[in-house]
Design a protein around this ligand. Structure first.
Ligand code: COA
Length: 161
């Protein structure tokens, strides 16, 4: 699987469209349509993704027709956040997610990170099982107020790279 670094507006627009497709399909049953719309506008619109890349240190990568991921390095803590990892529904269970995590581990090491970490909704059981299969372990429960009357009720998970 070839992952392309997301840099130019046409790639950013394509990732925003992928985000809308995968988040709507996966998260509406978990957290409801109102919170999904709020989070897509705040975190995964083309404008939000462009700002994250330009000013917040995010690296986005995508495999056209398969999925995308985002990393956020923290040089001080020597850690890298796996901020996003989404595989299109019809490609799940075929090794795309594994290839993306392996890519994230390699890139985290290149960036000087000793730990790769993420947050995952506590009710997102399939994804938690996937992360455990990939060697991540729960480190703590995290509740984050994201405004608009919504909270994210997550596990933090991490693995050494
Ligand atoms: C979670 C997700 C990224 C996994 O990607 P994927 O391409 O389906 O995973 P893979 O096919 O590469 O599976 C990798 C390994 O995890 C295991 N695995 C995948 N999904 C699993 C599940 N639901 N339960 C248990 N194990 C699972 C596979 O059996 C495989 O094991 P193996 O390689 O040792 O045989 C993908 O299913 C997805 O996008 N889900 C919806 C969105 C989401 O929740 N993203 C994470 C947000 S925090």
């Amino acid at each position: 699987m070839d992952l392309e670094r997301v840099e130019i507006p046409s790639q950013i627009a394509a990732v925003a469209a992928l985000a809308r497709e995968t988040w709507t399909q996966h998260y509406v049953p978990l957290i409801g349509a109102a919170q999904v719309e709020y989070m897509l506008a705040k975190f995964q619109s083309a404008e939000a993704i462009a700002r994250q890349i330009a000013t917040e240190g995010y690296e986005y990568y995508w495999a056209p027709g398969a999925g995308y991921l985002a990393l956020v390095p923290d040089p001080v803590r020597k850690s890298v956040m796996l901020s996003k990892i989404y595989v299109l529904a019809d490609r799940r269970g075929t090794g795309v997610g594994r290839a993306m995590v392996e890519f994230a581990e390699k890139r985290a090491a290149e960036l000087g990170g000793a730990e790769l970490w993420l947050t995952v909704n506590k009710h997102n059981a399939g994804s938690i099982a996937f992360y455990e299969r990939m060697g991540f372990r729960k480190t703590e429960a995290v509740v984050t107020d994201i405004g608009g009357g919504f909270v994210m009720d997550d596990w933090r998970m991490a693995k050494t790279v």
